[in-house]
Design a protein around this ligand. Structure first.
Ligand code: TYD
Length: 145
């Protein structure tokens, strides 16, 4: 179903978690859904998706100061690499009825996209470039405080 490689027991990392979503099984086709503050612990302010990713490419490589997010593989599969500044974890997403919750403050990179994969990202904030930390050294400094 999915691969969950927790490489550490570091407690902070446990804030990132896979969340199972409702799945209404039907012979006509299955249906899943998400409600703010019910299935995921934040208000959804923005939805975006990543698609047509060429083989071998990766996305992300940044952290957010405030944005909480929930990532679902609506189609296909990909790996989400999470880094809290000390420990690293990889989550493999490949089903549309669960996703990965990532609070603010984690370095994350998405890679190993399968052909025709579709990554849906639900965000707790509107888009702001100021919310990004794109420099890894700068990210590590925020973790030293
Ligand atoms: P970015 O978040 O860096 O992409 P990824 O993390 O998937 O590699 O965004 C890529 C570009 O798109 C960047 O110039 C900002 C812009 N963008 C928006 O304008 N609005 C959005 O909601 C998002 C997510 C990105």
């Amino acid at each position: 179903m999915f691969v969950y490689l927790c490489l550490t027991n570091f407690s902070r990392m446990q804030d990132c978690k896979l969340i199972q979503l409702p799945k209404i099984v039907d012979n006509r086709g299955n249906l899943s859904f998400i409600e703010s503050n019910k299935h995921i612990p934040f208000d959804i302010k923005r939805v975006y998706w990543i698609y047509d990713v060429p083989g071998g490419e990766f996305r992300g490589s940044h952290a957010f100061k405030e944005q909480n997010e929930f990532i679902i593989a609506l189609s296909g599969s990909f790996d989400v690499h999470i880094d809290d500044g000390k420990q690293k974890t990889v989550f493999s997403l490949n089903r549309s009825y669960y996703g990965l919750y990532i609070p603010a403050g984690y370095w994350r990179q998405i890679e190993n996209f399968s052909t025709n994969s579709l990554a849906l990202v639900l965000s707790s904030t509107n888009f702001s470039e100021k919310d990004y930390i794109r420099n890894y050294e700068e990210f590590l400094k925020t973790k030293q405080a």
